[in-house]
Write a protein that binds this ligand. Structure first.
Ligand code: ADP
Length: 460
């Protein structure tokens, strides 16, 4: 196989720990092929011309990093508008939160065209191109229009909704047609693949050649589920580090008389945070033995704050936390600790390990890596329990977690109680089974499976 070219909205220097497991895994593949990573620089040029942006190329070890700046107008329509104001909510089944402003799609298309232009100038004929996520669905179509013949794969990190939800996007047929410019499309879960297949069956005249093969617009497309994993060894090493140990000791000392429940995410409406807080309040009401003891630490890192729906969610959470603490708190015990900040990655394993129960209860999530990180961070002799939404992509793989319907407040409260009372032997058995799955299907397995499937497709 030729050089690997990874394209994603944001890129990361794979040599930096703060970049996380995905960057490390992609970085390793890029290093071994002497590859190129291409994306937005993160810079917004206030008075820049739409559709134009400076290209910056620099070398990080054996990997070439190429980034492009965005004008304010492109950033607002492509990134905030179409990607995060239309595709993100709709793909997470939240049509009610989508802002179908007709101006956004022009910016989305314009930036994808510009990226294709800039990228094409850096490509070699035998490169293999791997495009990531919803910001860049039309990239291959734009590259093909310019005559690029390289093998191209696309991986969607977020869910694909059922056909009738997708069909509410005014340009859904164009978006889905764009996917056919790739040779391979990967989704997180089997349910996403099923949605794709049903969409193709009902909304297009494509031929379904097999469970994973479709033909339309003169092009054959392979589609498969590639559930993403984490870099287990990297996370275990982080857990052994001083920052993580300090965090663990600090939490254990501070909360020695309490039982800790933990939620860690970006503040996003897909994560089911209000529903989780209501379930926690129900837990305190239905099982009063938890009063004075159960403490929910909810970390919700700021995210996309200039999109309206996020500001409304922030207010709702603050008000719920205030009400729960006001109604149930004591002078020496606050039921909820809500922290609107991120936690340094090096400290995360210690925080996970100090918790008796992790609450990973999204309303819809492509995969959810926090669920996997929590399990890896546990002490196998005395592990915490994972309460996981059945609507997270991870639920297809993590059947030994306690699965909940996050919309069911009393059911979730009941499961939280079960998690806190779970006997040691059952905790160990569930942890062992979950750990084996996470180890087997780690981020390296995911990357290899995707790249091998792409390499197996005959060059166009
Ligand atoms: P998403 O990609 O939607 O944010 P995931 O659970 O799949 O959700 O991945 C989130 C990643 O970001 C994980 O690696 C997690 O450790 C990290 N992360 C999420 N929230 C926080 C936070 N509040 N502080 C630090 N890291 C976080």
């Amino acid at each position: 196989m030729g050089r690997l070219v990874v394209v994603s909205n944001r890129i990361a220097d794979p040599r930096k720990t703060a970049s996380g497991g995905l960057a490390v895994a992609l970085g390793q593949a890029l290093e071994s092929s002497g590859g190129l990573w291409f994306g937005w620089s993160g810079k917004v040029v206030e008075d820049g011309t739409p559709g134009e942006g400076d290209l910056h190329v620099h070398q990080a070890g054996k990997v070439q990093l190429a980034t492009v700046d965005l004008s304010r107008e492109d950033h607002d329509s492509y990134y905030l508008g179409y990607s995060n104001g239309v595709l993100w909510p709709v793909f997470h089944y939240r049509l009610d939160l989508a802002d179908f402003d007709a101006g956004y799609i022009g910016g989305y298309r314009r930036v994808n065209q510009m990226f294709a232009h800039k990228l094409a100038s850096l490509l070699q004929p035998d490169d293999v191109i791997w495009v990531h996520d919803y910001h860049l669905i039309p990239l291959a179509a734009e590259l093909r229009a310019m005559g690029c013949k390289q093998r191209m794969g696309f991986f969607l990190h977020i869910p694909l909704p059922p056909p009738l939800i997708l069909a509410a996007v005014p340009a859904h047929d164009w978006l889905m047609r764009c996917l056919f410019a790739y040779d391979l499309v990967g989704f997180q879960s089997e349910s996403d693949v099923a949605h794709f297949s049903r969409y193709v069956g009902t909304e297009t005249s494509a031929d379904i050649l097999g469970e994973h093969e479709f033909r339309a617009y003169g092009k054959t497309l392979q589609v498969q589920a590639f559930p993403i994993g984490i870099d287990v060894d990297e996370f275990v090493e982080l857990g052994k580090g001083r920052e993580s140990q300090d965090m663990f000791n600090q939490m254990r000392t501070e909360y020695s008389r309490r039982r800790l429940l933990l939620g860690v995410e970006r503040l996003d409406y897909s994560k089911g945070l209000p529903q989780r807080l209501k379930a926690f309040r129900q837990l305190l009401q239905d099982y009063p033995e938890n009063l004075g003891s159960a403490t929910l630490i909810q970390i919700a890192a700021p995210s996309r704050e200039s999109v309206d729906a996020y500001a409304a969610l922030k207010q709702e959470l603050e008000s719920l936390c205030g009400a729960i603490n006001g109604d149930h708190g004591e002078l020496d015990w606050m039921p909820v600790r809500y922290i609107h900040r991120s936690v340094a990655r090096k400290r995360l394993p210690g925080l996970y390990r100090a918790a008796s129960v992790a609450l990973v209860t999204p309303l819809r999530d492509g995969m959810n890596l926090v669920a996997k990180e929590f399990i890896v961070a546990q002490d196998p002799d005395d592990p915490g329990v994972l309460v996981l939404s059945r609507f997270a992509g991870a639920a297809e793989q993590m059947k030994d977690a306690l699965l909940v319907n996050p919309y069911d407040t009393s059911g979730t409260a009941q499961t939280m109680q079960r998690a806190m009372q779970m006997p040691l032997e059952e905790r160990q058995r569930r942890h062992q089974a979950l750990m084996a799955g996470i180890r087997e299907h780690d981020v390296h397995w995911w990357r290899e499976r995707f790249l091998n499937a792409l390499a197996a497709i005959p060059a166009p």
